[in-house]
Design a protein around this ligand. Structure first.
Ligand SMILES: *Cc1c(COP(=O)(O)O)cnc(C)c1O
Length: 358
């Protein structure tokens, strides 16, 4: 199967498996797994922050950031399409008792005026505005990339009013690759950052939260409380260290393959790309289906019969993501399968060579 549902589907490469096997292990609950400690130090240093914390998932990294900073009744400011709102199971409400002030803006990007207008007055009637979350790349926004000046204007506005600035950088290295900047330069004006090793970087499991020593000490307590502190987790941290060392520079290939895929999909009647193929920002291609009676879930199910995976991200919106385990040939095959599905539908009968619908 050519699996473009997400960049989370990658299997560890043989070299990564060797790194995992070679990792020195301890007990991270007791605080002495050397590989986990090395990963935490490495990622913190890499992003220019004091301390780091290894977490089982990006969701937990984000939720630990929120729980470490916010009190029940506080409010956080985030784009209305953000991962913390859509895909973390109501975590801010359930785990931290937070309200959210959702922001508008094309591609998941908003400006300082949105923050200014959302910060509540210092008045006992109002929730305390405590935190801003910026997602880079922005997933639901289309894999879009924040610019450094765009982010810094938002961070400056937040800091002026005493708010904490968190970057949800699940795909921060895709952003830095496409944006032509260093990840650490992008996050210089942030207070905390979460990054995923299990997305485009190709590790099987794991994310990290980085920030001040004080914040990470607090997050470490909550990680234990949430059940996310693991034992011989150096096995996983070894994969993450390998990913940082070997899988960042190659992200440019994923972005090229995404543009190739977008170019091939652009020619298919019934498919309308969200952005022109040359403007595919990172490793994600989003498109809308414009065929009667073929919605996104039905399209994805039909595609699955051709051994191609894509994911429905709305009634008519589909997402395809390139990654370490697919190459140019795969994305062209995937586009050919999409064409067969669309043309079979347009003609109301199976396309030549299509056995899947018989
Ligand atoms: C994937 C993702 C996360 C974390 O997801 P997990 O599956 O919990 O690791 C966080 N933020 C964004 C933007 C993501 O795409």
């Amino acid at each position: 199967m050519i699996d473009l549902r997400s960049d989370t589907v990658t299997r560890p490469t043989p070299a990564m498996q060797a790194a995992m096997q070679a990792a020195e292990l301890g007990d991270d609950v007791l605080g002495d797994d050397p590989t986990v400690l090395a990963l935490e130090e490495t990622i913190a240093e890499h992003l220019g922050k004091e301390a780091g914390l290894f977490t089982p998932s990006g969701t937990m990294a984000n939720q630990l950031a929120i729980r470490s900073i916010c009190e029940p009744g506080d409010e956080l400011i985030a784009h209305r399409d953000s991962h913390v709102i859509h895909y973390e199971t109501g975590g801010p409400a359930a785990l931290s008792g937070c309200m959210i002030a959702p922001q508008d803006g094309a591609g998941g990007i908003f400006g300082p005026e949105a923050v200014r207008n959302s910060i509540r007055p210092d008045d006992h009637h109002a929730a305390v505005s405590r935190m801003v979350v910026v997602e880079n790349t922005h997933n639901k926004g289309g894999g879009t990339v924040w610019s450094i000046p765009g982010f810094e204007s938002v961070a400056a506005e937040a800091h002026e009013r005493g708010l904490h600035v968190h970057v949800d950088g699940a795909r921060l290295f895709n952003a830095s690759t496409a944006g032509g900047y260093e990840a650490r330069d992008f996050v210089a004006q942030s207070d905390s950052v979460s990054v995923c090793f299990s997305k485009a970087l190709g590790a099987p499991v794991g994310s990290a939260l980085v920030g001040s020593r004080r914040m990470i000490d607090r997050a470490r307590r909550f990680r234990k409380m949430f059940g996310g502190t693991m034992r011989q987790s150096g096995l996983l941290a070894g994969a993450a260290l390998h990913a940082i060392q070997h899988h960042v520079d190659r992200l440019v290939e994923d972005h090229e393959n995404a543009r190739t895929l977008a170019g091939a999909l652009a020619d298919i009647p019934g498919i309308r790309l969200d952005v022109p193929p040359g403007e595919t920002p990172t490793n994600m291609v989003f498109f809308h289906l414009e065929l009667e009676d073929l919605d996104a879930p039905a399209f994805c199910a039909a595609l699955r019969a051709h051994e191609v995976g894509m994911i429905a991200m709305g009634p008519n919106r589909v997402r395809a993501v390139t990654h370490l385990d697919v190459d140019k040939d795969d994305v062209l095959k995937a586009a050919a399968a999409a064409k067969r599905v669309c043309s079979a539908h347009a003609h109301g009968r199976p396309a030549p060579g299509d056995t899947s619908t018989r």
